[in-house]
Design a protein around this ligand. Structure first.
Ligand code: F3S
Length: 81
């Protein structure tokens, strides 16, 4: 399984992730990104066909705010750092 979450504290609302992975990430009213699937808790496994998009978004994020793990995050983006 593959889980994803956005660290809002470091996201600079650059907008790249939603372009690369529009089915995985959306933006809040401040333009900060969050994971659509599970309200940014990082607890719901991504559907297989969205995993590559999520990885591309992670690779493209200028502030390394997109986290991906094979284990759930329980709402904590820094859980595995
Ligand atoms: Fe934020 Fe990175 Fe997306 S800075 S808007 S999480 S590409």
């Amino acid at each position: 399984n593959c889980y994803t979450i956005v660290e809002l504290d470091t996201c600079i609302a650059c907008g790249a992730c939603g372009l690369v992975a529009p089915d995985v990430y959306d933006y809040n009213e401040e333009g900060l990104a969050y994971a659509l699937l599970d309200h940014n808790t990082g607890n719901k496994p991504l559907p297989d066909l969205l995993v590559d998009d999520a990885i591309d978004a992670k690779d493209g994020c200028p502030t390394d705010s997109i986290k991906i793990s094979d284990k759930p995050f329980n709402g904590d983006p820094t859980k595995y750092e």
